[in-house]
Write a protein that binds this ligand. Structure first.
Ligand code: PMV
Length: 362
């Protein structure tokens, strides 16, 4: 990927601004469990979405030396104290990458393009957009590691320190993260994600229908869920399963094999939830209606042969994926068979966003 265009920065090094939007992503092979500082226990592969995004503006103002790092965070124009600690931890983790940060007061203004409280995780898109703004600031102030072609790799590595899955939201289309080697040239890394571009036409235009089953706040956070993978009785098996699923999934995407794709995607979704249920502090994030929706999808597929499959994040909502050519049939099915199972009959139509993040006018 090319480097960042410095001309999108407004102002100067004393006082300036930069804005980015970054997509949300849905993992098909799931990152679950960490080691070290936000490094993944296993490889993962995701799709970046085109409509579910976060927009962030970073404004910086130079301040007297020695005052230390300070920041404000506004979400949709309002101060958000509940995100304060997360951002503070994130900024401390990245300080050594951008040493001059401590000489500035920073303000982040963020907003999501998707509706409030529908249970769509926004940490990937928000941390990715923050990291893109900070990476642009770094490039603008001449931090060498952020100049030239290394920009996106560096930003991905920084986003990872905010939220693991955010490192994949730095790219459009498909992205992988972790040791899995996509081909001889592109060796996978635990530190940053890599775009995956060798896609069979069947998978080039995919839709993601996000079916809102329950939008109430999660009882167990992803951070707690990852931690429960330490000492999990199936941890070793999970690492092998994920690498094996990466192999099968990448092969199916390269060769356009829908059946294998579908089987692996659904295996991953249910494995993620079974790891939660079999952890040393077991819990369930699926809703009874999540299971009802899954059953209906399977029944419809068996009857009609429509190419579609489901996946879940760490929550009860269902992502129903299909090639764009199946859109009309899948929409009719949602309207007729699934609508009543959804909270406020709500679902969101999204798709794979090939373009990925972009800088915005401030
Ligand atoms: O990035 P985190 O720490 O919120 O973890 C995300 C975990 C899953 O969404 C369940 C899987 C993934 O790979 O995105």
């Amino acid at each position: 990927m090319s480097s960042f265009d410095i001309s999108s920065v407004k102002g100067d090094l004393n006082r300036g601004q930069v804005s980015w939007e970054a997509p949300s992503n849905i993992a098909l092979v799931k990152y679950w469990g960490k080691k070290g500082l936000q490094l993944p226990m296993n490889s993962s592969l995701s799709l970046s979405l085109s409509s579910s995004k976060t927009k962030t503006t970073l404004s910086w103002k130079k301040k007297p030396e020695g005052e230390g790092l300070s920041f404000d965070l506004l979400f949709e124009g309002k101060k958000k104290v509940q995100f304060q600690k997360k951002i503070s931890t994130f900024l401390k983790r990245i300080e050594e990458k951008i040493p001059s940060l401590k000489d500035y007061h920073l303000q982040f203004d963020s907003e999501n393009t998707f509706p409030h409280s529908v249970g769509i995780a926004s940490s990937a898109s928000s941390m990715a957009s923050l990291a893109l703004c900070l990476g642009s600031f770094a490039a603008y102030s001449g931090v060498e590691t952020f100049l030239g072609d290394a920009f996106y790799e560096q930003v991905s590595s920084m986003a990872r320190l905010g939220s693991g899955s955010a490192c994949r939201s730095i790219y459009g289309g498909w992205a992988s993260w972790g040791p899995y080697q996509l081909d001889e040239r592109e060796k996978g890394s635990d530190f940053y994600a890599t775009p995956f571009t060798k896609i069979d036409p069947l998978f080039e235009e995919m839709s993601d229908f996000i079916l809102i089953v329950d939008s109430s706040p999660k009882k167990v956070s992803s951070t707690e869920g990852h931690a429960l993978m330490e000492g999990h009785p199936f941890a070793e098996g999970r690492i092998l399963q994920a690498e094996n699923n990466m192999n099968k999934l990448v092969d199916s995407i390269l060769k356009g094999k829908w059946d294998i794709f579908q089987r692996v995607v659904e295996n991953e979704a249910l494995s993620l939830h079974s790891l939660m249920m079999s952890s040393n502090n077991p819990y369930i994030l699926m809703h009874p209606r999540s299971l009802a929706v899954i059953e209906k999808i399977k029944e419809m597929r068996a009857k009609t042969g429509v190419n579609c499959c489901f996946t879940l994040d760490a929550g009860p909502n269902i992502h129903l994926l299909c090639p764009r050519s199946e859109n009309a049939k899948v929409k009719r099915f949602i309207e007729s068979d699934l609508r009543d199972l959804l909270e406020n009959e709500r679902w969101i139509e999204d798709s794979v966003g090939a373009l990925g993040p972009k800088p915005l006018e401030c």
